[in-house]
Design a binder for this molecule. Structure first.
Ligand SMILES: Nc1ncnc2c1ncn2[C@@H]1O[C@H](COP(=O)(O)OP(=O)(O)OP(=O)(O)O)[C@@H](O)[C@H]1O
Ligand SMILES: [Mg+2]
Length: 273
């Protein structure tokens, strides 16, 4: 029986094989990764949702009772991911039966739950102790939503996987990719995907605006279209070795008071010039 199969429990790649999928090398890496934080900066249609949904199912089957949360910019997208998890569970012949099931969540007889979350910060709170959090289309998920879900991993020491194509140099997906600490980063461009034909990709390159092609297929973080100054230009404007012209604040509470005609004031200790 699959649920008790030790080999499957130890190697999620075998689970993919049972579902009938021959995974790409990077998909195998995702399933076998033991890192707590993983970012998949992966081309459109290369298979990031497929790989992640198998990880979700494996966690629910073999780390029970596990809470697996699926987040996306909108509930409909989280539901798409949930359907992939459910399809894999069906393809395996329902190895652990459900005790409760809806279009948005399933609870298995082993106590694990897989839940598609709504993409609204106000309605998302209330879950805690997640074993795994998948954030699909992460570059489009608002920062406040990301900040609201991260604490759900705090006590459980659960894992998080961000999966997306880039959407400009903005938001947490970009920040974590560039500056985040403790992330395993995987980048797979469309030309590395064996299921995307080269001639089709060449046509896409001609028909899409260059920034869209580079972002959707080449996984590049371009300038955000509405920004006046480029991200790199702004970063370059900061010169760390440069010594500040003034080594003390230009304005102190006293000088402000004096300027406003009120004379001195009760400035906090240490704030005076
Ligand atoms: N290893 C694989 N072998 C065969 N088919 C695969 C494999 N991985 C993914 N696919 C198929 O490729 C298609 C795209 O997969 P998936 O939806 O996971 O990609 P994605 O990277 O999430 O795409 P998008 O960015 O558009 O959301 C699906 O039809 C999926 O079944
Ligand atoms: Mg996807």
């Amino acid at each position: 029986m699959i649920a008790q199969d030790l080999a499957l429990a130890l190697d999620p790649v075998l689970l993919a094989q049972r579902v009938g999928l021959d995974l790409d090398p990077w998909q195998r890496d995702v399933l076998r990764s033991t890192e707590q934080q993983v970012i998949l900066n992966v081309s459109r249609q290369a298979g990031k949702s497929t790989a992640s949904s198998l990880l979700a199912l494996h966690t629910a089957l073999y780390q029970s009772p596990a809470l697996v949360l699926l987040l996306a910019p909108a509930l409909r997208q989280a539901q798409e991911l949930y359907r992939k998890v459910k399809d894999a569970w069906l393809a395996l012949g329902q190895p652990v039966p459900t005790v409760e099931e809806s279009a948005l969540r399933m609870e298995l007889a082993n106590g694990s739950r897989i839940v598609a979350l709504p993409g609204k910060e106000a309605t998302i709170r209330g879950f805690s102790g997640a074993a795994l959090l998948l954030v699909d289309e992460a570059s489009r998920v608002p920062d406040d939503l990301y900040q609201a879900v991260r604490p759900m991993l705090a006590v459980s020491g659960g894992r998080i996987v961000l999966l997306s194509t880039p959407w400009g140099k903005r938001g947490f997906f970009f920040e974590e990719w560039v500056n985040g600490i403790g992330w395993e980063r995987i980048r797979i461009t469309a030309d590395q995907c064996p299921r995307i034909p080269a001639d089709w990709l060449a046509r896409e390159r001609l028909s899409l605006p260059p920034h869209a092609y580079r972002s959707e297929y080449m996984c590049e973080f371009g300038e955000t279209l509405d920004s006046v100054f480029g991200h790199d230009d702004i970063q370059a404007a900061f010169d760390p070795p440069l010594v500040p012209l003034f080594d003390r604040p230009l304005f102190t509470p006293q000088s402000r008071e004096a300027a406003s005609g009120n004379g001195g004031g009760n400035a906090p200790k240490g704030a005076t010039a």
